[in-house]
Design a protein around this ligand. Sequence first.
Ligand SMILES: CC(C)(COP(=O)(O)OP(=O)(O)OC[C@H]1O[C@@H](n2cnc3c(N)ncnc32)[C@H](O)[C@@H]1OP(=O)(O)O)[C@@H](O)C(=O)NCCC(=O)NCCS
Length: 138
Amino acid sequence: MIEYRINDSVIPDELDSFFQNWKSPPSREIKGKLLDGSDLIITARENGKLISFLTAISDGTMHAFITLVEVLELHQGKGIGKHLIKLAISHFKGYYDIVLITDPDKRAFYKKFGFNEIYGMHIRDFKYGKGSTSDNTG
Ligand SMILES: CC(C)(COP(=O)(O)OP(=O)(O)OC[C@H]1O[C@@H](n2cnc3c(N)ncnc32)[C@H](O)[C@@H]1OP(=O)(O)O)[C@@H](O)C(=O)NCCC(=O)NCCS
């Protein structure tokens, strides 16, 4: 049976099985910091084992940003991601904006929950976590 928890306590080691297809997966230290810095952590556990999680940051009233949604490959396609997103939307009910960044191949997934495409801008450091700093402002 899958158990969903809001603001569950997660230790960085539990994230080791995730980020499989990432070119530059976060280090243990970064995993710890991102867990500490998140305002919302929703987990899905099967027999206690973490099989999916969602993190978000928020100003607590108007804006929320869903930062990570990850379902272990073995458990994808079972409705877990859907449940996490629904819980996050319900958690931030009444907010002006709930935003996230995703790849085009996930567009249809997020549209199911009412997410619309918007114009956005960002600075991304593709060397993040690799021990060097890069200047993206030039
Ligand atoms: C994307 C992801 C979160 C989806 O979670 P999931 O648990 O596999 O998806 P679900 O089983 O909950 O799917 C819910 C619905 O979305 C559909 N769906 C799932 N992935 C989809 C995709 N990539 N594109 C379109 N539809 C998708 C399912 O068919 C299902 O449709 P239904 O409700 O009509 O039956 C998950 O596959 C994942 O973690 N992928 C790797 C990491 C990642 O890409 N994270 C997102 C970064 S923003």
